[in-house]
Write a protein that binds this ligand. Structure first.
Ligand SMILES: Cc1cc2nc3c(=O)[nH]c(=O)nc-3n(C[C@H](O)[C@H](O)[C@H](O)COP(=O)(O)OP(=O)(O)OC[C@H]3O[C@@H](n4cnc5c(N)ncnc54)[C@H](O)[C@@H]3O)c2cc1C
Length: 413
C-alpha cells in the first residue's frame, strides 16, 4: 500500500457492527473512513432491539460457556472473544458514558432502558472519529481493481477504497448476497433462526398465555432438545425452550419444511421414570384426594386440568381408584406430550438469520478475508448467530472491534 497517499476505508452497513467498527477505529490524518448505509436510517435494528431497550450483551465471564450459545460459529467466537469479550463491551460503553445493568436472566441493558442511549453513544463516537456518514448509499457491487476495490452504488458515483469492511447484516435469501458475489466468497444459504412453533387447530390453544417454568422440548427422531420456560400461544408454542430449539435446529427444521413432531416434558425437574415414582408416592400419601387437586407440581392449574382431560380423567377421579392404564397415560402426557408442528412464526423480538459468509474463509484473528487482502467482515453477515439474550450484538461488537484494530495495524505496516 502506498504510504503517502490518503487511504480510503469504506464500511458497508450502518448497523451495530459497522458502527462499532467505525467507533473503535481511532481517527488518523492519513485515512478517511466512510460509513455507507443503504436505507435512510442509522442503527435501525438497535433502535427496535430488546423491545426498545437494546439487549446489548449477556453477562457471562466464561468464553467457553458464552460460545455454546451460538448454534453457528461456536468455534469461531471462542477465538474472537479472546480479543474482545463481554467485560470489554461493558467497559467500552461505561468509558463512553453508558452504564449497563444485568437482569436476573443475565441479559444486559443500558440503565436507561432505552436503546436510544446506545444509538446516541455510537453517533457521538463516530462524529469524534470524524467518520463520513452516508445514508441512502446502496452498494450494488464490489470490484477488485489493482489492489483496491471499486464500490458501485445505486444511482451514485463509484467509490474506490483501499480497505472495505462488509457489515451489511444477514439477509433472508441467498440472492440478496449477489452484490458481493464478485469477491467469490462461499455463502451458506440463509435460513431463519429464532422462531416459534405453529400447532394449528390444537385444543391446547385454549390455554394461550399460560407458561411452565421448566419444560423439555425434544424434536422426535433427532438429538435436538432444549429446556427452559415454555409458553402456550394462540397459534402454538413459544418461550425460551422453543426459541433455543428453533436456533439449534434451524437447518434441520428448514429441511423438514417446518413440518415435524415434538415431545414436551412439562415438568422437566422429572423424567418419565422419576415422575412415575413421584406420582406413585403421592397416590399412596393422598389416596382419597381428587387427582385434580394434586399439589406441588410446577404447572398452572388449568394446564393440569387439560392434562387430566387428555388422559381421560374426570374431575371426580380420586387417586385411590385410578386405573393403571390411565395412570400410565397421565405420566406419558406429562413427560412426553406429542405435538405435530406445522409451520413457524417469526419471533419479532429478535429475529436473526442462520447462514452467511463461510467462516473458513475469514481469519478469526483479524476478520480479514482469506481470499482478498483488504476485505474485512463484521456482524451478522458472517455465518454466526446466537440464541436470544444479547449474543448477536456481542458478536457484532466483537467482530467490528477486531476488524478496526487490524485495519489500524495494517496501516501502520
Ligand atoms: C426486532 C429485532 C430485535 C433484536 N434484538 C436484539 C437484542 O436485543 N439483542 C441482540 O443481541 N440481538 C438482537 N437482534 C439481532 C441483532 O439486531 C442483529 O444480530 C444485529 O443488528 C446485527 O448487526 P449488523 O450490524 O451485523 O447488521 P444490521 O444491524 O442488520 O445492520 C446492517 C446494515 O447494513 C445495511 N445494508 C445492507 N446491505 C447494504 C448494502 N448493499 N449497501 C449499504 N448498506 C447495506 C442495512 O440496511 C443495515 O442497516 C434483534 C433483531 C431484530 C430484528
Amino acid at each position: 500500500m502506498d504510504k503517502t497517499a490518503l487511504k480510503t476505508i469504506v464500511i458497508i452497513g450502518g448497523g451495530a457492527a459497522g458502527f462499532f467498527c467505525a467507533a473503535t477505529f481511532a481517527h488518523r490524518k492519513d485515512t478517511r473512513v466512510l460509513l455507507l448505509e443503504k436505507s435512510g436510517k442509522w442503527l435501525s435494528k438497535v433502535k427496535v432491539s430488546g423491545g426498545g431497550r437494546c439487549n446489548v450483551t449477556h453477562q457471562c465471564d466464561s468464553i467457553a460457556d458464552m460460545a455454546k450459545k451460538y448454534p453457528r460459529g461456536e468455534q469461531f467466537v471462542k477465538k474472537t472473544f479472546h480479543q474482545f469479550f463481554v467485560p470489554d463491551t461493558i467497559s467500552w460503553f461505561a468509558a463512553h458514558g453508558v452504564k449497563l445493568k444485568a437482569e436476573a436472566d443475565n441479559r444486559m441493558f443500558p440503565i436507561t432502558d432505552d436503546s436510544q442511549t446506545i444509538i446516541d453513544c455510537l453517533m457521538r463516537k463516530v462524529a469524534q472519529q470524524q467518520v463520513h456518514l452516508k445514508l441512502n448509499h446502496h452498494v450494488t457491487q464490489i470490484l477488485p481493481e489493482e489492489g483496491r476495490y471499486r464500490i458501485q452504488l445505486k444511482g451514485l458515483e463509484d467509490i474506490v477504497a483501499d480497505i472495505v469492511v462488509l457489515a451489511s447484516g444477514g439477509f433472508p435469501k441467498l440472492d440478496q448476497f449477489d452484490w458481493m458475489s464478485t469477491l467469490g466468497h462461499n455463502i451458506l444459504s440463509p435460513v431463519p433462526s429464532l422462531f416459534t412453533f405453529n400447532i394449528p387447530k390444537h385444543p391446547i390453544a385454549q390455554l394461550m398465555g399460560l407458561s411452565v417454568p421448566n419444560a423439555l422440548v425434544k424434536i422426535t427422531g433427532t438429538k435436538l432438545q432444549q429446556s427452559g420456560p415454555l409458553l402456550i400461544t394462540h397459534w402454538g408454542l413459544s418461550g425460551p425452550a422453543v426459541l433455543k430449539l428453533s436456533a439449534y435446529g434451524a437447518l434441520a427444521l428448514a429441511e423438514a419444511n417446518y413440518h415435524f413432531s415434538i415431545q414436551v416434558n412439562w415438568l422437566n425437574d422429572f423424567n418419565e421414570e422419576t415422575l412415575r415414582a413421584h406420582l406413585q408416592y403421592y397416590k399412596q400419601q393422598h389416596p382419597q384426594q381428587k387427582v385434580i387437586n394434586t399439589q406441588g407440581l410446577q404447572m398452572p392449574a388449568r394446564l393440569w386440568g387439560f392434562m387430566l382431560l387428555e388422559s381421560e380423567l374426570g374431575p371426580e377421579q380420586r387417586w385411590t381408584d385410578l386405573p393403571a392404564k390411565l395412570f400410565n397415560k397421565l405420566v406419558k402426557n406429562l413427560a412426553a406430550y406429542e405435538f405435530e408442528v406445522k409451520g413457524k412464526t417469526t419471533f419479532k423480538e429478535e429475529f436473526v438469520t442462520a447462514g452467511g459468509v463461510d467462516l473458513s474463509e475469514v481469519n478469526s484473528q483479524t476478520m480479514e478475508s482469506k481470499r482478498h487482502p483488504g476485505i474485512y467482515f463484521a456482524g451478522e453477515i458472517l455465518n454466526i448467530d446466537g440464541v436470544t439474550g444479547g449474543f448477536n450484538f456481542q458478536n457484532a461488537w466483537t467482530t467490528g472491534y477486531i476488524a478496526a484494530q487490524n485495519i489500524a495495524a495494517t496501516l501502520e505496516r
